[in-house]
Write a protein that binds this ligand. Structure first.
Ligand code: GLN
Length: 289
C-alpha cells in the first residue's frame, strides 16, 4: 500500500499489525479516529480521511521504534481514572494501585485525612486519593515543574482537590505534618539494564533511577518522614521486587512500628510501610518516656 493511498479501517489495521502487533494497532487507530473499539469491528470498510491516515502512520512508526503507547495517545488509566501523561512523567503502573488500596484500608473511613504524595509525577496517587478518601486534604510535591503541570491538569480534569508544591522531597514542607505519606519514588539501580529496555527507555530517568542500589531516595524518604508525620501516622512506599527487606530496615532505623511489606497482583513485595508512633530513635536513646 502506498503512503498516499488512503485505506479503509481493515486495511489500515492490517498494515499496522505487521509493524506493531494487532493490539497496539487497534489502540492507535481508535485514538486517531476518536472512536470506540466496537466501531473498528463494526465498520471495517470505512475509509480513513487523508489526515487521519497520515496521523495514524506517524504514530505507528513512532511505536515501531519503541515509544510507549501512553506517550503516543497521551493517556493512561489508573484506578478507574483516565490520566494525561507526557514524557515529563512516569507512566502510571497497575502495581502502584496497591498503594491506593493500602491507604484506603487505613484511612478509608476517617474523614479529613491530611495526605502527602512525594514525587507525584502524573498525580496518579494524589488525585486518586483525593477522589477516594472522605474529605481529605491532599498535598502533592514534585521536584520537576513539568511534572507538576501534568499533575495539575489531571487534578482539574478529574475534579480532585489537591495542593501542589514544587519540592525536592520534604525541602519545601517546613514543619507541615500529615496523617499519611505515600510515595512511588525512583528506585531502580542506576546501572540496571532494565533502564535501557522497552518503554522505560523513554521515561524520565530522574523518576526511575536512584543511586547504585536504587535505595537512595527510599532512604531519604524513610528518614525524613517522622519529621512530617503526626504521631500515629503512616508511611507507604513503593519499591523494587528485591528491595523489601532493605526498605523494612530503613523504616526500622527511622523509628517506625508495625512495619510490613505488601504484595502486588504478581505476588511481588511491592510496597512497604509502617506507623510512626511519635518517638524518634533519638528520643529513645535519650531515655525519654
Ligand atoms: N516499577 C518501575 C519499573 O520497573 C519503576 C518505577 C519507579 O522507579 N518508581 O519500570
Amino acid at each position: 500500500m502506498s503512503a498516499t493511498a488512503v485505506p479503509e479501517i481493515v486495511r489500515a489495521l492490517e498494515w499496522a499489525r505487521s509493524r506493531i502487533g494487532a493490539g497496539d494497532a487497534r489502540i492507535l487507530l481508535r485514538h486517531t479516529l476518536g472512536c470506540a473499539a466496537a466501531h473498528l469491528v463494526a465498520h471495517p470498510e470505512q475509509s480513513l480521511d487523508p489526515n487521519e491516515w497520515a496521523r495514524f502512520q506517524a504514530m505507528v512508526e513512532r511505536r515501531a521504534v519503541g515509544e510507549p503507547i501512553a506517550y503516543l495517545t497521551g493517556e493512561r488509566e489508573f484506578y478507574g481514572g483516565m490520566f494525561l501523561v507526557t514524557p515529563a512523567v512516569l507512566i502510571p503502573r497497575h502495581e502502584t494501585e496497591l498503594l491506593v488500596e493500602l491507604a484506603l484500608a487505613c484511612f478509608g473511613d476517617r474523614p479529613r485525612t491530611r495526605v502527602l504524595d512525594l514525587g507525584t509525577g502524573s498525580g496518579a496517587l494524589a488525585v486518586t486519593l483525593a477522589r477516594e478518601l472522605p474529605e481529605p486534604e491532599v498535598t502533592a510535591v514534585d521536584r520537576s515543574r513539568e511534572a507538576l503541570l501534568v499533575a495539575m491538569a489531571n487534578a482539574v480534569q478529574l475534579q480532585a482537590s489537591v495542593s501542589f508544591l514544587q519540592s525536592d522531597w520534604f525541602s519545601a514542607l517546613a514543619g507541615d505534618r500529615f496523617h499519611l505519606i505515600v510515595s512511588n519514588p525512583p528506585y531502580v539501580a542506576a546501572e540496571d539494564p532494565h533502564l535501557e529496555e522497552g518503554d522505560v527507555r523513554f521515561e524520565p530517568r530522574a523518576a526511575l533511577a536512584s543511586g547504585p542500589q536504587g535505595l537512595d531516595d527510599l532512604a531519604v524518604i524513610a528518614a525524613g518522614a517522622p519529621h512530617h508525620l503526626e504521631p500515629g501516622g503512616w508511611l507507604f512506599m513503593e519499591h523494587g521486587y528485591n528491595q523489601a527487606a532493605q526498605v523494612r530496615s530503613l523504616l526500622t532505623d527511622a523509628g517506625f512500628s508495625s512495619i510490613s511489606s505488601y504484595r502486588d497482583l504478581s505476588d511481588i513485595e511491592r510496597v512497604s510501610g509502617g506507623q510512626w508512633l511519635g518517638r524518634t530513635p533519638v528520643d529513645d536513646a535519650n531515655g525519654e518516656p
